[in-house]
Design a protein around this ligand. Sequence first.
Ligand code: GLU
Length: 510
Amino acid sequence: MEVRTRFAPSPTGFLHVGGARTALFNYLYAKAKGGKFILRIEDTDRERSTEESFHIILQSIKWLGMNWDEGPGVGGEYGPYTQSERLDIYKKYTDQLLAENKAYRCFCTSEELEAKKKQAEAMGIPYIYDGMYANLTDKEIEEKLQQGLPFAVRFRNPNKDLIVEDEIQGKVKFDTKLIGDFIIVKSDGFPSYNYAVVIDDYLMKISHVIRGVGHLSNTPRQVIIGEAFGFPIPKWAHVSEIVGSDGKKLSKRAGATSILAFKDLGYQSEALVNYMALLGWTNADGREYLPGELESVFDIARCSKSPAMFDVFKKMSAEEKDAVDFNKLKPLELAEYMNPKSKLNWISNKYIRDTDIQILAKELIPFIQDNPKIPADFKNPTNPILISILDSIRVYLDRLSQAPGYVEEFFVDKLEFENDDAKNMANDGKGKDVILAFKNQLIEKKPTKAEEFKEAMNQAGIATGEKGKNLFMPIRSATTGKLHGLELPVLFELLGVDKILQRIQATMQL
Ligand code: GLU
């Protein structure tokens, strides 16, 4: 049997990490098994579905490199792949269920249903539809239809015990009596999610349904509908919940962060994909950095039931969780909420270090394009100086949006101290001695290589009796105006003695 998986987003918001991880597992499983990955748009919720969300979701999936084999824009044998374009198909199946008495029309008004729900609530019992319209005669139905009364279609629940065999969660027992006769076609004529999904999964020959564990409770509904039609039931794989750095449910805001925000932050899509693959899956040999390998090694058999920790954002207090809307923040503001020690950063740094430098230079351009501190000539990915700067700073980067701060260090023509601490560092008695000793070394030895600059710093240390921080902080401050930054010998090699001397000259007068 060919493996055919699908990602079936509802276009009601951004593609966030939960959705992207689901898409990814479907994509990777199909690739690993030589199968097909299908994209289907589930837009039957007319009020919440938007065109804008549809485009953002597609753009996000494309950016992540998960090219779908069938779906919107690509076509395929089993289209259309957008549910709102498949109403005729669902209608045909609904007619069949009605004719076979496996479903019936329910003429309850929403007020009636609301009142019954309230009553159940007041009595402290779960609400189950009472089957009020389950047994109307043909004549009664005809009369109501004649009167033009609106109706929904309900599925006649076989009320049975059911065991769902889940590839990840194992055997899960359900009692469908607790669900009652549920709505499969809403009064606006649109199918409910649980209904359309079954027909589409069947017609699109989906072999494996891989989705978030939140959908496990929908599975019994989907199974009994499938059984009523006599459809083969797909294999189920419900992937674990994603929790935040605090081990608790992802906050609404953090959980809703658009995948494209990670693009704006300068994460490469391959790094993000690698990180997301590890949210609930482990490779057989335990390795986590898997460039170019995921599509062959991924398997749902190695997915875990335990919650997966999304450690990209810092632990936040309950107030903080509610106060900020991550989708309204600019990349640099969002960066403030990030956990610097996240696994994503660890993986991303490795990707940045291993990316072909010419490609990385191209990827860097959008992040320096509008930076006024970097001269226009250097905003060219083929500029050899830009390439060597990038090559020397990439070890420090967790994401490309951090690069400008480092790149700027090479282009300062008017040096300023970032704060008083930096100024004092370069100006207090001992600091000044260190800087003068270093300056003498530069004039005397004319170092050119990083190693030689390191030696010049050591010699300045010997001459003044200073070492460690007391040695390199004044030098850093006098040559960059800052207290933190690149490894100095690396910076010095790229700047050259003349520029360093000019900088020292300038800071001594500030
Ligand atoms: N449209 C559903 C969602 O957005 C898809 C659920 C499923 O994969 O069956 O969650």
